[in-house]
Design a protein around this ligand. Structure first.
Ligand SMILES: Nc1nc2c(ncn2[C@@H]2O[C@H](COP(=O)(O)OP(=O)(O)OP(=O)(O)O)[C@@H](O)[C@H]2O)c(=O)[nH]1
Ligand SMILES: [Mg+2]
Length: 355
């Protein structure tokens, strides 16, 4: 379910469909609504609501996913009226992250983001929650069940933040050791080919898959150019349009690799019809991380499956971009020399005491 201010935005529903499939759902129908006919109480207009209800019944749908963020009240109302489970884009992304998280740190980060998302959405419906938390919240005098639940969630949030802080301390020790080196972080939209590029550049052997959000943890590898210069390459979690704010906030320590980098390789899937939108979305997250001013090389990747027109169009709007195909390490020569150039400049300025 999405908004459709212009026909081009239908692509956003294609991506939502991919996210839904990644999360294990079977997509059976798509519905769009004009942006100017929104109803603040139910998000959907009366007519669209009736139409959706009929179609959902006919196709025996048990889940409706909205591309836009719903307010807690809107999702409650929609759930009542449509009699199906309602999930919005943020919730969907959070559940994918939850299923993918492998390391202790990633799990803590996702759980924190999920609880932050849940907190304003707690209603009486969530009465079971305090029991789940097992003994964290005992009901004080005059407290309603809802207040008890909110308190339990807040306490769990505080507890997770503390745990994360101690994991972050370990990370800081590791990072301090890296401070003397030039650092290059691979950033970009999910599935752009960051991990594949990292593997081809360094032989790192990190997991690369044709899946959204295959990577949730930062991996760092030291790379020495034949002439002796060294940089540390870090592979990072992929970005996406409308990345839930809570996720960015709780993945802060993983994303430190980006914030502290001397150079960013912004990896773009040049074969995607929405490559330009993806580039914009990545800039948006970099702004949020206050990292937009870090020197950046735009890498137009998957050139092997992109058309000439796609590449020319992207080059016109991204001057200085390098064209690569991460699956073919022979195509990486120009990128390697460009990174090496940056490392040399860094080393020279360090010698002069500037960095
Ligand atoms: N044809 C082609 N496929 C590529 C290229 N680079 C990566 N791929 C494929 O694209 C898919 C995604 O690659 P990843 O390296 O996992 O992408 P990522 O950016 O790390 O993705 P996330 O970790 O999910 O954000 C994989 O199936 C890769 O084999 C390329 O240059 N050409
Ligand atoms: Mg990856």
């Amino acid at each position: 379910m999405g908004l459709n201010p212009n026909p081009a935005s239908f692509d956003t529903l294609v991506e939502l469909g991919e996210l839904a499939t990644t999360a294990g759902a079977d997509v059976v129908d798509r519905v769009v609504q004009r942006k100017d006919s929104l109803n603040p109480g139910t998000f959907l207009s009366r007519g669209k609501l009736d139409q959706l209800k009929k179609r959902a019944k006919a196709k025996e749908v048990d889940l409706v996913i909205f591309d836009d963020q719903l307010s807690p009240g809107q999702s409650r109302n929609l759930e009542k009226m449509l009699e199906v489970k309602i999930v919005d884009r943020s919730e969907l992304i959070l559940s994918i992250f939850a299923a993918r998280a492998r390391t202790r740190e990633a799990r803590l980060q996702v759980e924190l983001a999920q609880l932050e998302y849940l907190l304003p959405r707690l209603t009486k419906m969530w009465g079971h929650l305090s029991r789940q938390q097992g003994g964290i919240g005992t009901r004080g005098p005059g407290e309603t069940q809802l207040e008890v639940d909110r308190r339990a969630v807040r306490e769990k949030i505080a507890f997770l933040k503390k745990k994360l802080q101690s994991v972050e301390k370990e990370r800081q020790v590791q990072r301090a050791r890296r401070r003397d080196f030039h650092r290059t972080a691979l950033v970009g939209y999910t599935n752009a080919g960051k991990s594949t590029l990292m593997n081809s550049l360094t032989g790192a052997g990190v997991l690369a898959e044709n899946k959204l959000f295959a990577t949730l943890d930062a991996t760092t590898r030291r790379y020495r150019f034949p002439e002796g210069e060294i940089t540390l390459f870090s592979d990072t979690v992929g970005f996406i349009r409308k990345l839930p704010h809570h996720l960015v906030a709780s993945f802060k320590s993983t994303l430190e690799e980006v914030v502290e980098a001397n150079l960013l390789l912004h990896v773009v899937d040049a074969s995607s019809p929405t490559a330009s939108d993806q580039i914009e979305a990545v800039y948006g997250v970099l702004e949020e991380l206050k990292s937009a001013s870090i020197p950046t090389i735009t890498v137009l990747n998957k050139a092997d499956q992109a058309s000439e027109t796609q590449i020319t169009g992207l080059l016109a709007h991204n001057s200085g971009a390098i064209v690569t195909s991460a699956i073919d390490s022979k195509s990486l020569g120009e990128l390697r020399s460009m990174v090496q150039e940056k490392v040399k400049i860094f080393a020279a300025s360090k010698q002069r005491g500037f960095a």
